[in-house]
Design a protein around this ligand. Sequence first.
Ligand SMILES: CC(C)(COP(=O)(O)OP(=O)(O)OC[C@H]1O[C@@H](n2cnc3c(N)ncnc32)[C@H](O)[C@@H]1OP(=O)(O)O)[C@@H](O)C(=O)NCCC(=O)NCCS
Length: 285
Amino acid sequence: MAVQDVAQIVMRDMTGADIAAVADLCFEQQWPHREEDLQTLLSIGSGLVAEIDGRIVGTIMAWRFGETFATLGVVIVAVAHQGRGLGRQLASAMIERLGERTVLLNATEEGRPLYSRLGFAEIDTICQHQALAPGQTLVPLRAGERVRPMGAADAEALAALYNSATGMDRRILLETVLAEGSTVVLCHEHEQKGFAVLRRFGRGWVIGPVVAPDVTGAKALIAHWLGMQSGSFCRIDVPEASGLGTWLEDIGMPQVDRVTRMARGAAPVPGEAAKVFALAAQALG
Ligand SMILES: CC(C)(COP(=O)(O)OP(=O)(O)OC[C@H]1O[C@@H](n2cnc3c(N)ncnc32)[C@H](O)[C@@H]1OP(=O)(O)O)[C@@H](O)C(=O)NCCC(=O)NCCS
């Protein structure tokens, strides 16, 4: 890289005033994030921007989950400035800020070489499914089970389920998505066993996070929101190992992309009670 190039780059903290420029970078990548989506992401995390001659040409965001874990996302370098070390500079600077935490992210094909060089290892694959939501899909509930709207009294139980399923302290993230979206709870007798959030994102709606004790419970929760949103554009990001892929394809929610989940440090260890069947967002892990 030419010395002159290095001298031109200014790296600084991202503020709310930068969001329109970050949205432009997303747009160039054909990513669906609206300014509102990016504002929400920034409100629960932090970001860095790289400027050349006062123009934002690179971004990165991070979210801290307790003292042990963090995720990275919205890692973009403007096409005209790629391949000159900017992505590496942004990622290295943010990783340093995150201290001793294990850092997780969902890498695009383009991002993978950069993260491998920075010490990230592949741990999973996340499949992005989206389409106009199909009509009613029947998923029979088992004896004693029901899906019902969330009430204020569920908040603690859902946070415990989400923390256990992710192996991380996800309280702040969950509070934010619960406040923004609508949530249904899977109960067995009167005990909360899982939940699914529906909220606005990008071109339509996203179903996530979805936490459930098993794949049948997850299908019941997802089918609820697809049925409610029938005909609207819906997206859902599911771990490949969730066992939901074929079912989603069969009901009319095809896979359109996939990303690689990577970790730098020891990956979180989820509990036994429930699993994550859909992510809150690719950026948030
Ligand atoms: C991924 C991205 C941020 C990388 O930014 P960048 O400034 O172009 O990357 P850098 O120039 O810093 O390169 C980083 C490292 O990856 C390597 N690299 C980059 N692209 C590569 C490729 N296609 N194949 C192999 N190695 C590659 C570089 O050689 C460099 O390694 P080095 O520092 O050891 O020489 C950028 O390509 C981008 O914005 N892509 C579109 C959005 C995206 O997919 N973001 C990632 C989301 S997870």
